[in-house]
Design a protein around this ligand. Structure first.
Ligand SMILES: [Zn+2]
Length: 142
């Protein structure tokens, strides 16, 4: 089997073997993972994992807050503010995904990191668009 580049997912015989420190939550769980990558994509892959390690805790925290904010209004559905909380959480989760386009490791391994970043950004953008749409509806039919 011809190895694939971890960044662009293209098969090539001219790949470089590199080791990158894993995200590790908590940080003590970090370990070295080896990737095959095109020589020209090594820098991008390393920079991406640097970002993941730096912002993983912030990303996970913001997502948990976001999910909490989406779920809570359904518990207190009769509260006036619950609809706005729902919309705000949707918007913020969308923004978080656009700024920190982190996918599950399985997704990144399957389609390559470059494509998984695009998918995370598209999802984030879709979340944001849905939130904005609902917000406009809420203003119109108040
Ligand atoms: Zn590549």
């Amino acid at each position: 089997m011809i190895p694939k580049c971890a960044w662009c997912n293209k098969q090539s015989d001219d790949l470089k073997e590199i080791t990158v420190l894993s995200t590790g939550l908590p940080a003590s769980n970090r370990r070295k993972i080896s990737y095959s990558v095109c020589p020209e994509h090594e820098h991008r892959l390393r920079r991406f994992y640097d970002r993941v390690r730096r912002y993983a805790i912030l990303f996970v925290s913001l997502m948990i807050i976001g999910i909490f904010g989406v779920v809570m209004p359904s518990v207190f559905y009769n509260n006036v503010w619950s609809g706005y909380l729902f919309i705000m959480s949707f918007e913020s989760m969308g923004l978080v995904l656009v700024i920190f386009p982190f996918c599950a490791p399985e997704t990144m391994a399957m389609m390559g990191v470059a494509k998984s970043i695009r998918i995370a950004r598209i999802m984030g953008g879709a979340f944001f668009a849905v939130g904005a749409f609902v917000f406009i509806l809420a203003l119109l039919y108040r």
